[in-house]
Design a protein around this ligand. Structure first.
Ligand code: SAJ
Length: 423
């Protein structure tokens, strides 16, 4: 197949599109591509999840169940195992697999390497491979640049914001880079067919990879900056929230907020890919490294507040475990790490998260609790249900350790916020 025929298949939507990875990134994308009229096959590893998706059932809230069911029923989308024969039959491959870090904060490219191996087993002539997984500059070329045959290769890092109803994959501006002009042209045309947002071409694969690194490192380091400020304002008895809200009136100040810690599969992870890249190229990145460590230390800092307040026999209740409000995702959740620090200090506490099942909480080694009167009430994640739930917990004697600066006014006996004087 020549480049033109692939381009024609993109423009007339007859191209078969394979989306590899069915999580927060892959599933919304696969659904959108199918909705826009392409034939889509979603490839995953988990047979149970594939069966559920085939029935139109998904745990990704941004994917409408009704819509998924109808796309499956009409045959616009199907889900199958990565080992299925259909894998070889795609014209376009979009890679949306996880790229975590290991315990030592080194990039873990296991999933990426597995997909590269699988692709190399197939005839790729005239096909298009797009990597959306977040990787350090040079990785897309290294892993997918020499798989045999003459195919097109592009990189367009995912920009999903889990839980954000305003920003969907359809409306988020897309950055795309190609290994050559033909690849860039094909990938850009494809995204322009499915998105209602600008598609911005950059000059290379590496430039596209570096855009994502900059975006998320910027966020991580700016959160670290306010976390560092928070330790200062706490000491001075000032209120970091008031200070940030006032600073926001300055046009060039982009607000970030201190908290119990930074979680998720992006912000605490992606910048380590850059640090590793810097080390490999003899460039130290102390601001980034220190910022990432500052964010981690914030979790210990908030835990120390509880440890200093705790007396054996006190009823301690931790509300919320997931990494971010109203998102059911425990990946790199700072609150899980926070709970483990409390256990290490022999603080006895119970846990409740409205988004998690009891067995999911117990599997983390925590004791189950429910919103009721306690001596120390800890806000781990400020889910929207906290607005009503806290009333069942806080009485006049309750001490609140507010890991998310959820409370704007004093409740209970006292409120220890992050970067705030005692409320
Ligand atoms: N957090 C803070 N202070 C802040 C903002 C966030 O402590 O001011 C914490 C959150 O509680 C969470 C972590 O940092 O634990 C990450 O928060 P996030 O809002 O950045 O959440 P993510 O991981 O869902 O970030 C996604 C990212 N999307 C991609 O990487 C594709 C990120 O790039 C986006 O900037 C972010 O959404 C967004 O803009 O909301």
């Amino acid at each position: 197949m020549t480049h033109q025929s692939l381009k024609e298949k993109i423009l007339d939507k007859s191209a078969a599109v394979g989306v590899i990875g069915l999580g927060y990134v892959g599933l919304p994308l696969a659904t959108l591509v199918a909705k826009k009229g392409f034939r889509v096959t979603g490839f995953g590893r988990d047979a149970k999840k594939i069966n559920l998706l085939t029935e139109g059932i998904s745990d990704i809230e941004s994917v409408e169940k009704k819509e998924l069911r109808s796309l499956v029923a009409k045959g616009n989308i199907r889900f199958t195992h990565i080992d299925a024969d259909q894998f070889a039959l795609q014209d376009i491959y979009i890679i949306c697999v996880p790229t975590p870090v290991d315990q030592a904060k080194h990039p873990d490219l296991t999933a990426i390497a597995d997909i590269a191996r699988r692709l190399s087993l197939n005839l790729l002539n005239g096909k298009l491979i797009i990597n959306e997984s977040t990787v350090a500059p040079g990785t897309t070329r290294e892993e997918f640049g020499d798989l045999g045959g003459t195919y097109l290769l592009a990189c367009s890092p995912e920009r999903v914001d889990p839980g954000n109803k305003e920003k969907s994959v359809r409306t988020i501006t897309k950055i795309v880079g190609g290994v050559n002009k033909k690849s860039l042209d094909a990938a850009k045309s494809f995204y322009e067919m499915i998105l209602d947002a600008p598609v911005i071409a950059v000059s290379s694969l590496e430039s596209a990879e570096m855009v994502k690194m900059l975006e998320n490192t910027y966020r991580a380091v700016n959160i670290a900056l306010v976390n560092e400020f928070a330790r200062l304002t706490e000491k001075q008895g000032l209120d970091i929230v008031e200070i940030i809200e006032a600073a926001k009136t300055k046009w060039s100040f982009h607000a970030h907020y201190p908290s119990i810690g930074v979680g998720g599969h992006c912000i605490p992870v992606d910048p380590w890919y850059l640090v590793d890249f810097g080390r490999k190229h003899g460039v130290d990145l102390p601001v980034i490294e220190h910022g990432l460590k500052e964010n981690e230390e914030m979790t210990e800092h908030v835990a120390q507040k509880v440890v200093s307040l705790y007396k054996p026999g006190m009823r301690v209740f931790l509300y919320g475990l997931t990494y971010k409000k109203d998102v059911k995702d425990l990946r790199e959740s700072p609150v899980v790490r926070f709970g483990r620090i409390l256990l290490k200090h022999k603080v006895s506490f119970t846990v409740y998260d409205p988004l998690l099942r009891d067995d999911e909480i117990k599997a983390l080694g925590f004791k189950l609790g429910k919103p009721e009167n306690v001596d120390i009430f800890i806000v781990g994640t400020d889910h929207k249900s906290l607005t009503s739930d806290f009333k069942k917990v806080v009485n006049k004697q309750t001490i609140v350790v507010d890991g998310r600066n959820f409370f704007r006014i004093k409740v209970g006996k006292a409120v220890y916020g992050v970067g705030r004087a005692l409320l």
